[in-house]
Write a protein that binds this ligand. Structure first.
Ligand SMILES: O=C(O)CCC(=O)c1ccccc1C(=O)O
Ligand SMILES: [Mg+2]
Length: 371
């Protein structure tokens, strides 16, 4: 059996976020990304979504580099190689160094196509078993503590299972202490997006008082050594995000005891196959895993939901409902959250239809590559 791919479409999309999203790096108001589409000869369509932003604040990749790498290298590699299974994509793309988000955007579409060719949900194709998944929500840095408390209250009432609060120096202990006072029972975690160094160790240790589920990526985006030093003195579990790009990174982080939790983002690790391997290794070493988010539209969100059905995804992810991000999403039905849970779709592939009208309305440019 092979996976015949006849044509690849790259659609550049631009969508406005409902609310600006602020991290320790700055504020995002709109999102640009690619929807990738792979077609076979039988009329099946597989969809993927790229997650790099327009500027390289989160990682070195951008919308432009994703385009360059897909168009000039990865699609060429797919032309020259026959796929028997979506896992083969890892090998096919291996000669191209890093550029994981570009790789993942195409690999995800191939996984969806494969699941549709086999008439099974993507979750099942990946080996996932959950029928519903727990979700949390990530709240950006707010103009005031009062705004933050109100925003948290809103999402707690909507049923989200844990609240993630973005922090940075000057917006950390005092803010979180106030949050804890108002929400004594709510599962709360903090995400620093690399805003600290080991010099801040005393300030970070104060967070131990607040019974946080974890602190995500407190130190440099390319570090796992200092994180190990920090974890040795911190009671709060450390979760790595930006530092993890591969199964090898995870193996080393576990060996060094740099973290006890890992945020898996499909784009950051180069696709679903690598994400699956990471979850397998984490299961072996009793490292808790959850699915991170990159403010995805519906297609990327559907991939995140499918991945989260794997067993080691034991903590609520950042895969909130469509309406938290968009006035109108590009899938039908949109992703909805009830009592902090998303029901996993049982239709073939990603399990959501593309809303062609919405997709067209947000499309800036379309390119077609015949294989
Ligand atoms: O809601 C989401 O999709 C995730 C929100 C989030 O925390 C985030 C959003 C953009 C870039 C990085 C991160 C992060 O997890 O660090
Ligand atoms: Mg993060």
């Amino acid at each position: 059996m092979t996976i015949p791919v006849k044509q690849i479409k790259l659609r550049r999309i631009k969508m406005m976020l409902n609310d600006p999203f602020t991290t320790s790096f700055g504020t995002m108001q709109e999102k640009e990304f690619f929807i990738t589409e792979v077609l076979d000869n039988d009329g099946n369509h597989g969809f993927g979504e790229s997650v790099a932003f327009t500027s390289p604040w989160y990682s070195e990749e951008t919308v432009e580099t994703n385009h360059h790498i897909m168009k000039d290298f990865l699609i060429q590699r797919l032309r020259k190689n026959i796929l028997h299974h979506p896992d083969d994509v890892l090998e096919v793309f291996k000669p191209i160094k890093r550029n994981n988000m570009a790789k993942s955007a195409l690999e995800g579409a191939i996984w969806d196509l494969y699941a549709k060719q086999n008439q099974i949900p993507l979750a099942e194709a990946l080996g996932g078993t959950k029928k519903e998944i727990d979700v949390g929500i990530s709240i950006g840095i707010q103009p005031s503590v009062n705004d933050l408390l109100q925003t948290i209250d809103h999402y707690v009432k909507e049923g989200y299972k844990r609240i993630k609060i973005k922090i940075k120096p000057g917006w950390d202990y005092d803010v979180l202490k106030e949050v804890r006072k108002h929400f004594p029972e709510t599962p709360i975690m903090a995400d620093a997006n690399s805003a600290y160094t080991l010099k801040d160790i005393d300030q970070l240790k104060k967070l131990d008082e607040l019974d946080l589920m974890m602190i995500e990526q407190p130190l440099a985006h390319n570090d796992i050594v200092d994180h190990a030093k920090l974890q040795a003195t911190l009671g709060t579990p450390i979760c790595l995000d930006e530092s993890i790009h591969s199964l090898e990174d995870v193996r080393k982080a576990i060996e060094l005891k740099s973290c006890s939790i890992i945020n898996i983002k499909i784009g950051r690790v180069g696709g679903l196959s690598e994400a699956k391997r990471i979850q397998d290794l984490c299961q072996k070493h009793d490292i808790d895993v959850w699915c991170g988010g990159m403010l995805e539209a519906g297609v990327g969100r559907a991939h995140n939901i499918a991945l989260t059905t794997l067993p080691q995804f034991v903590l609520p992810g950042d895969t909130a409902g469509s309406s938290r991000y968009w006035k109108k999403d590009i899938i039908k039905p949109e992703v909805t959250v009830h009592d902090g849970m998303i029901a996993v779709p049982d239709k073939p592939g990603i399990g959501y239809e593309i809303d062609d009208e919405a997709l067209d309305a947000f499309t800036v440019k379309e390119e077609i590559f015949n294989l």
